[in-house]
Write a protein that binds this ligand. Structure first.
Ligand SMILES: [Zn+2]
Ligand SMILES: [Zn+2]
Length: 253
């Protein structure tokens, strides 16, 4: 027998034994592949999260003048830090670059141009109030500080925040007490739904009209955002999106 023939015969035998093995272990193999895909999907999403976080840290440190902290008050928990457009124009910018990590990457590609600063959410909120922008409104509106309506709203705000701050007009978590950086938090979530139904400014009015129902607390904007980030992590990172992907993909069925 020539070498080539022997080789051919061997190959056929090998293939046959491979097929036999494959058929016998098909189930097991597929399970293993699925497990691998599962791990890979989780790995990719974790990697992406880490990559985005690194981009955020780099950008906010740059605009925090070398520190990962708010340039106004020094607050340094990353989940409540964000980029502020020093001279406004954030609305327009967002249309071009998007928000969050897209903006961080966009700025990096342009070697971090001037005109931005790192602010904590409390200082962002205070800045808005100082610029007389309506908070949470669909269209930015300006307030007249001396109008009776403004003063009336402020009185109600203070009353509400004091009630839900357990007798102090301050954050129940950290004690922060600049009224312009405080807001009422829906303890068990559902705040967005509530906001859509009533609008933010009237939430306080609503609470007062309903004799301050339970389930709310006064939080500073920073603690609100940290709470939000923790909830989001709980929902997305710990329970990876892989499950949805598998259902959609025909290869995995
Ligand atoms: Zn700050
Ligand atoms: Zn706080």
């Amino acid at each position: 027998m020539y070498n080539a023939e022997r080789h051919q015969l061997n190959r056929e035998r090998e293939n046959a034994s491979h097929r036999k093995w494959y058929n016998a272990n098909k189930e097991k193999r597929l399970t293993r592949i699925h497990e691998y895909q599962k791990e890979a999907a989780v790995h990719i999403s974790v990697q992406k999260v880490e990559e985005n976080r690194a981009a955020k840290i780099e950008c906010l440190t740059h605009y925090g003048k070398g520190k990962l902290a708010c340039v106004r008050c020094g607050y340094d928990k990353i989940d409540a830090l964000s980029l502020d457009h020093i001279n406004g124009g954030g609305h327009e910018q967002r249309k071009i670059t998007g928000t969050g990590v897209n903006l961080y990457k966009w700025l990096k590609r342009r070697n971090y141009p001037e005109g931005y600063q790192t602010l904590c959410m409390c200082c962002q909120h205070i800045k808005k109030v100082q610029n007389h922008e309506q908070i949470g409104g669909e269209t930015p509106q300006t307030y007249d500080y001396n109008s009776w309506q403004y003063r009336y709203n402020q009185t109600i705000r203070e009353e509400c925040l004091t009630y839900y701050g357990n007798g102090k007009c301050a954050c129940v978590k950290c004690g922060y007490d600049n009224i312009d950086g405080l807001s009422v938090d829906h303890i068990n979530g559902g705040g967005k739904q509530h906001q859509r139904e009533r609008g933010t400014s009237s939430l306080m009015l609503w609470l007062r009209k309903n004799n301050f129902p339970e389930g709310y607390q006064t939080l500073c904007m920073n603690d609100q955002f940290i709470k939000r980030a923790e909830n989001r992590e709980h929902n997305s990172v710990k329970a990876p999106k892989y499950q949805e992907k598998q259902e959609r993909s025909p290869a995995a069925t």
